[in-house]
Design a protein around this ligand. Structure first.
Ligand SMILES: *[C@@H]1O[C@H](CO)[C@@H](O)[C@H](O)[C@H]1NC(C)=O
Ligand SMILES: *[C@@H]1O[C@H](CO)[C@@H](O)[C@H](O)[C@H]1NC(C)=O
Length: 467
């Protein structure tokens, strides 16, 4: 799957012209590239990106880091943020300099250890699915953690797997990593390890078994993610195990530390997003201010024709337990700082029959919150509409009571019922006219009891460190 996408990308970029006309530090030009999103993270220089890698919160410098699969062969791109909204672009963090990463630096995770230095370790996989290696900051006192080193003891272990998780600990302090294999996720433990020096030392890690076996018929378990479910509405000791293959699928269940086995409550197929092009997602534990929450990023597989950027990160989503053992994913509240108060609109009690009702609001980047009662199958929103035949319809499933929609030029992420389900959709913006919005009905009752709309500003992007 990844290979097919790559060849499509190369074909699309046979003639590749750079035309940066934005401001000095923010190179995005939203008029030149109508598909360019404003509040979804895009790396500069604009290029290919795929899986989010090693997102982490650094409590020492109070900053968030996002790494991601970048360029060809793959490297770890790197950006840093104070609020998960605005981003400073940093140079590539991990490049290809060693025998084990010669084909590319593939996906992995980031961990802040519980030791005195709050040591940071990136766990990474090689392109041949055989070596798991690590990178550590060259200078822990640099607030940006700009430079990374690959210890000589790499790789830390050899296996037939990819996409290591972060390093997590048992209650008695043993360090573990899960990774993805053709059969499910396997579990490794650092034998007798006491701190970061042992962790980054080769030959100390031992495979202790399968964390979870795949269900018959599933493919390679890419990008496993494994974490305890948080939130007031989550039962205690519920763990989430997720893998990627034709979309991102999650299970909740129990984790027996002694045997190292995760047992799902059931094997029903549940996805973070209805769209299989929401992929290779990765969560991290955000412990800012002593409060713990889980934040999720997913790779949005969108390759707009004529754009220099290809592939996108979703907005950061909060993952929270609901009904004891289920979960929701929902945009983090921080994004609301980008809502523009001027021009915001609020509508009440609109009942739409078999019609398209245009609203008095225009935009290519906006945020919608709506309470609805839908009895038909065709109720929804028509967005990025040129007033004629070019538009994207976002249909609301029957029975839904509330909708949150983030429209960002060529990408629309919609969350239903507080994030119990979500659907990402892509759209190719044909012209500057594609800014109109309508409510659509299907002859049955579509009641929009409340609709709030805000234009969204692009995030502040400082790319001066790479210009
Ligand atoms: C991020 O950018 C927004 C929009 O310009 C601004 O309101 C907000 O204060 C910025 N956040 C930080 C931490 O600078
Ligand atoms: C992994 O394999 C390489 C190449 O065969 C070898 O040099 C290295 O020592 C092995 N590492 C471990 C931790 O077993």
């Amino acid at each position: 799957m990844k290979l097919q996408i790559l060849s499509a990308f190369i074909a699309a970029h046979a003639t590749h012209a750079v035309g940066v006309t934005g401001t000095l530090s923010d190179p995005r030009d939203f008029d030149a590239d109508l598909n360019m999103p404003g509040f979804h993270f895009l790396p500069f220089p604009f290029d290919w990106q795929n899986d989010p890698n090693g997102p982490l919160y650094d409590p020492v410098h109070d900053k968030y880091h996002l790494f991601y699969q970048y360029q060809t062969p793959r490297l770890w791109g790197h950006a840093v943020s104070d609020d998960l909204v605005n981003w400073t672009q940093l140079p590539v963090a991990v490049g290809t300099d060693n025998w084990y990463d010669a084909g590319g630096v593939f996906s992995g995770s980031g961990t802040v250890l519980d030791d005195e230095d709050q040591s940071v370790v990136l766990t990474i996989s090689s392109s041949d699915n055989r070596e798991i290696f690590v990178a550590v900051p060259k200078d822990r006192s640099d607030p940006y953690l700009e430079e990374w080193v690959l210890p000589d003891s790499n790789p830390i272990y050899n296996t037939t797997a990819r996409d290591p998780t972060e390093i997590f600990q048992t209650t008695d302090g043993r360090y573990r990593i899960a990774d993805g294999t053709p059969e499910g996720s396997e579990l490794w433990e650092c034998s007798g390890c006491e701190g970061v020096d042992d962790i980054v030392e080769g030959r100390k890690w031992e495979k202790i078994g399968m964390l979870q076996n795949k269900v018959e018929g599933q493919g390679y378990w890419e990008c496993p993610d494994f974490f305890p479910l948080l939130g007031d509405d989550a039962d205690e000791d519920v763990w989430v195990s997720k893998f990627s293959n034709t979309g991102d699928h999650w299970y909740t269940g129990t984790y027996d530390e002694d045997t190292g086995v995760f047992t799902p409550f059931d094997t029903e197929d549940r996805m973070y997003d209805q769209n299989q092009q929401f992929y290779a997602s990765k969560t991290f534990l955000d412990s800012r201010g002593g409060k713990e929450r889980r934040i999720l990023w997913g790779w949005l597989i969108t390759m707009p024709e004529g754009s220099e950027w290809q592939g996108l990160q979703s907005v950061p989503r909060l993952v929270e337990g609901i009904d004891g053992t289920l979960l929701t994913t929902y945009p983090i509240p921080e994004l609301e700082v980008l809502r523009e108060e001027e021009g915001a609109a609020e509508l009440e009690n609109l009942v739409i029959g078999d019609e398209v009702k245009q609203l008095d609001f225009e935009g290519r980047m906006f945020d919608i919150e709506a309470d609805v009662e839908v009895e038909g199958d065709g109720c929804g929103f028509r967005v990025l509409w040129d007033g004629a035949d070019d538009y994207l319809d976002v249909i609301i499933d029957k029975g839904t009571t509330n909708v949150r929609m983030l429209v960002d030029s060529s990408v629309v992420e919609t969350f239903f019922d507080g994030g119990r389900t979500s659907r990402t959709q892509f759209f190719s913006v044909g012209s500057k006219e594609n800014q109109k919005i309508a409510l659509i009905g299907d002859g049955e009752v579509c009641k929009f009891s409340s609709v709030k709309l805000w234009k969204m500003s692009p995030y502040e992007f400082d790319a001066s460190k790479v210009q």
